[in-house]
Design a protein around this ligand. Structure first.
Ligand code: 9Z3
Length: 334
């Protein structure tokens, strides 16, 4: 039976439990879980570390027959770039991303910033062949080395079966998938890492409050009261991924709030690392906060906009090292 969430001042307060009891799972969930389960078991058996990378923004539909939805800015750059560095470092990666957001490897040739077709040239046919039959496509010589390197890494990762990709669109898809995958990853014990870079909506419209059909404009202005998305980091730490190494992200636009909010998240949820970033400098500056007992420590990582390095390379290097220590600490020495 679905438990109705309690009401506070007329608005609904969803716990993770009441959320999952009242909001329906996406239709693809069972199949997605079956597919990812084989991937996890294979890598658990081989003793390889596995990371779940979440990436991109979530939508909040306003109607059941959805015409309109709320969305956010995230393109999935952080997640896609980080996934590549995890793969480079020997991790198997479950890449759970917003449909059509950036993906590892293909991100280098994103349609908006670096269109793939611009790297190709048409070589005219040599002699008597008709133009279309005889024309050849070739890569621009100056783009060849980079493309070869990206393509080789991509092919290698797929040949070794190291990357498993799943998609979400709505915040509801995201929450159901996150719970199911975290639970499946339990077999990895401490070898499982959770790198939660997706930009998840804080508010949503429960199914029970949604209009079935397109909201009509005839009534003038639109008033919608949204409920808070439950804080799922808590059950994730305490129930779904108890042995996992959990890294969450905190995004703010006001720098003065970043550190206090990051600390608050660590205190509230008790996970391993929170990475703070502010919207405008997120590509060049992040802070890794962690708690050890009562002590809070922070490590800043910075690159410059002109440097030819990606900040995710540094982040992953630091996390890998910390994750390794976490794994070793959990091994019972005989
Ligand atoms: C992040 O903070 C990511 O670093 C970004 C990356 C979304 C800023 P892009 O996709 O951006 O590269 O364009 N992600 C987490 C944001 C978030 O929703 N955090 C929640 C919060 O701040 C907590 S889990 O409350």
């Amino acid at each position: 039976m679905a438990t109705a969430p309690p009401l506070v001042d007329g608005t609904t307060v969803f716990s993770a439990e009441s959320y999952f009891a009242t909001q329906p799972p996406p239709t693809s969930l069972q199949l997605d879980v079956e597919n990812v389960s084989g991937f996890i078991k294979r890598h658990a058996a081989s003793g390889r570390n596995v990371v779940l990378v979440t990436s991109g923004g979530t939508t909040v539909p306003l109607e059941l027959n959805v015409v309109r939805f709320l969305d956010n800015f995230s393109a999935g750059t952080r997640g896609a770039t980080s996934a590549e560095y995890f793969l480079k470092s020997g991790y198997a990666v479950i890449f759970m991303h917003r449909q059509f957001s950036l993906q590892p490897f293909s991100r280098h040739y994103s349609h908006s910033t670096n269109p793939f077709l611009d790297f190709l040239e048409i070589e005219p046919p040599t002699s008597s062949a008709t133009a279309s039959a005889g024309a050849q496509i070739r890569i621009q010589p100056e783009s060849h080395a980079e493309l070869l390197s990206v393509l080789s890494a991509y092919k290698d990762v797929h040949a070794q079966g190291l990357l498993h990709t799943l998609t979400f669109v709505t915040v509801n898809d995201y929450l159901w998938l996150l719970r199911a995958i975290s639970q499946e990853m339990g077999v990895l014990g401490r070898r499982g890492m959770y790198y939660l870079a997706a930009a998840v909506s804080d508010f949503f419209l429960p199914r029970q409050k949604m209009s079935e059909h397109k909201i009509q404009s005839g009534k003038g202005s639109l008033h919608i009261e949204m409920d808070q998305v439950p804080k799922v980091l808590k059950p994730m730490v305490e129930e779904w991924a108890r042995e996992g190494y959990i890294v969450s992200f905190k995004l703010e636009t006001d720098l003065n709030l970043l550190i206090p909010k990051a600390r608050q998240a660590l205190e509230r949820y008790g996970h391993q690392v929170v990475i703070g970033n502010d919207l405008h400098h997120r590509k060049y500056r992040v802070v890794l906060g962690k708690k050890g007992g009562a002590e809070y420590t922070e490590t800043w990582i910075e690159t410059s906009p002109t440097a030819h390095t990606e900040i995710e390379e540094e982040i992953i290097r630091e996390l890998m090292w910390r994750h390794q220590k976490w794994i070793e600490k959990g091994v019972v020495k005989s």
